[in-house]
Design a protein around this ligand. Sequence first.
Ligand SMILES: [Zn+2]
Length: 173
Amino acid sequence: MPSGKTHMAVEMALLPAIGAAYHLTLQPEPVELAVFVGGYLFSSLLLSPDLDLHKNAARRRWGPLGFIWAPYSRVFKHRGLSHSLVLGPLTRLLYLGIVLAGVLAGLSYLWGLTLPEEAVGLLENQRLLWVLGAGIYLPNMLHVLLDRIVSALRPRPRPRPRPSMGRAGARGR
Ligand SMILES: [Zn+2]
């Protein structure tokens, strides 16, 4: 399968073309383009489908917070649901959402901290949420497609001839 570096190279190489196509066809507001690119980079760097592996580049990029993905890599087997085109990103977003909700609940319980108003405003802006979702989904889909293409092109190992059976068969005929 392609390495983390290959995935990253492909996703980064395609970002300018994807961003330009988005800009030219849908003419987004600058903030929408920024949210799209931000979601794409976040997803590419930190939300890779390969978080289903115990050791992987995306988990390393989380630095000291990488441990939060340990349960995820235990629950999701490599290239299973985590690598589904539609459901894969959803499993990671839901997982991260649960972790964040737990942290926020802890912070608000201990110190009465709440989400800043800008964050609440973003969550209420449906259009921006769709743009963010598209930015997060695209690199995930590119990853899964590249995995599938490479698997399909890889030469299958030839079945080894079994010498004893071959001889017996020849004698019998
Ligand atoms: Zn993969």
